[in-house]
Write a protein that binds this ligand. Structure first.
Ligand SMILES: [Zn+2]
Length: 476
């Protein structure tokens, strides 16, 4: 570590790696930031949530400049390989250099987002840099739901512009993120007894994926596919339904779904198979691993959804909005609004349909919620929404974006790629908390974050550190 440059950045990063700082274990790392502020003679606030804000006055000649917020999160995702002897509650990481990459032996490295904290500390410490007043914000528990940012006292910040350093690709400048909410419809279960033959329909082997960043990759949602199959089966064979289940996370595209149904004529199985085969052909390009299993079970008496519930449920599952709703007109290729039916669960007393809703526009999210409420109304489902987080909308007249692009070009000879992401970032919380904030999100090159293969490019840290200091110097 001693030979890595910028020296101070890697010195601080090394210190951070010695302190256990998995999400939910924020006391020690927060105290370390407090200690850092004290020993550098800087004003700071450590709030009840353990977020830390450190204030550094402007350098000479920058006294009248508007303050800049520099931000990163203190927590890391703790993952370890099997057999690795580490207690994330108490132990530090065993980091090592592999070529240009810094890694941790058998665990995540926590460069997401420890390197941001280290870079900001180095900026705060260095008395030779030119910069406006700095408000450094270190938040807790980002990885488990943007918790620290949600509790931050925004009135303690004067800055109206911010550099968030929680991005992972040097060449990308992120300028917007999605907001979202969980949307849950429930239908009370009423069952009746019905004689017939049981058929099991299992759909599996689909790709699945993240319901935000992979929603536009044409992946098949197993629950939605099940809805299509049940609708055709109902129209052609007059089925009854015992249960349907698929997916266990709102924010993951379900890769499997299974249904138990009852038919009067066992031949129905072959007609359902025919339709499933057609669907397989239709999606084979994107879903080569897709498998369907349709098996005939016992004949006898079963508890099935009563007629009206069966009607409403099959209608809901086969005609529900799902996937990409709207593309951005401002940023090429960005999904602006989407939803994902992540969980479908038949319980003893209710059927749950749980969606993750997202939009990079506040108005888009509200419109989508209203649309889903209207849809739920049509099938007399009960509705709950929760887990709201705000979007960070694209700002078309951003001075900070323009300055960053120019400074990036000076350094690398070309402009960065400007992107928005269709997932949540802490910037959304800041956009909600600080009216009219001008914000960018950047970061050095790292790969496979949240896995034990996580690695950080040392040369990219140097590049990005220099770039950020160049940007600061230009913020008169
Ligand atoms: Zn992060």
């Amino acid at each position: 570590m001693e030979n890595l440059k910028p020296e101070k950045v890697f010195e601080y990063f090394g210190e951070i790696c010695k302190i256990p700082h998995g999400s939910g274990n924020m006391e020690k790392i927060s105290a370390c930031c407090e200690e850092f502020a004290k020993s550098n003679g800087l004003d700071y606030i450590r709030d009840a949530a353990n977020n830390v804000i450190i204030y550094k006055p402007a350098s000479a000649g920058y006294e009248t400049a508007q303050p800049i917020i520099l931000q990163g999160h203190l927590d890391m995702v703790c993952q370890k390989d099997e057999g690795v002897d580490i207690d994330f509650e108490t132990d530090g990481l065993d980091i090592f250099l592999d070529g240009d990459y810094l890694k941790a032996r058998g665990t995540t490295l926590g460069a997401d987002n420890g390197i941001a904290v280290a870079m900001i500390m180095a900026i705060l410490e260095d008395k030779t840099l030119s910069h406006p007043p700095i408000e450094a914000v270190f938040t807790v528990d980002e990885e488990i739901g943007l918790i620290g940012a949600g509790k931050l006292q925004f009135d303690k910040l004067k800055g109206k512009r911010m550099i968030n350093m929680d991005s992972e690709e040097q060449e990308i400048l992120t300028v917007s993120c999605a907001g979202g909410s969980d949307f849950r419809m429930t239908l009370p279960v009423k069952k009746i007894k019905k004689s017939g033959t049981e058929i099991k329909i299992a759909l599996k082997g689909l790709q699945g994926g993240h319901s935000g960043v992979e929603i536009d990759k044409n992946r098949t949602n197993a629950n939605i596919l099940m809805g299509e199959i049940l609708k055709v089966a109902k129209e052609n064979c007059g089925i009854d339904i015992i249960s349907v289940n698929g997916g266990d996370k709102g924010n993951a595209i379900p890769n499997a779904s299974q249904a138990y149904i009852v038919v009067q004529n066992p031949d129905a199985a072959s007609r359902i198979k025919e339709f499933a085969a057609l669907k397989k052909e239709e999606i084979c390009e994107t879903e080569s691993g897709f498998i369907y299993e349709i098996s005939v079970g016992d004949t006898g008496e079963f508890e099935v959804f009563e007629k009206d519930l069966c009607e409403r449920f099959v209608f809901a599952l086969s005609s529900t909005p799902d996937g990409v709703m709207e593309m951005s007109t401002e940023i090429d290729g960005l999904v602006e609004t989407s939803l994902n039916l992540g969980i479908l669960k038949t319980g003893e007393t209710e059927i749950i349909m749980h969606y993750a809703l997202r939009s990079n526009k506040k108005a888009g999210l509200i419109a989508l919620e209203n649309k889903m409420k209207a849809f739920a109304g049509k099938i007399s489902a009960k509705v709950e929404t929760f887990g709201h987080y705000p979007p960070w909308e694209f700002k078309s007249d951003s001075d900070l974006q323009e300055l960053y692009k120019e400074k990036y070009k000076e350094k690398f000879g070309q402009y960065p790629l400007v992107k928005a992401i269709h997932a949540g970032l802490e910037c959304g919380m800041f956009a909600e908390g600080i009216n009219g904030i001008d914000c960018i999100s950047i970061g050095p090159e790292m790969h496979d974050v949240h896995t034990t293969k996580e690695r950080l490019s040392v040369s990219s840290v140097k590049n990005m550190y220099e770039l950020v200091t160049n940007v600061l110097a230009a913020l008169r």
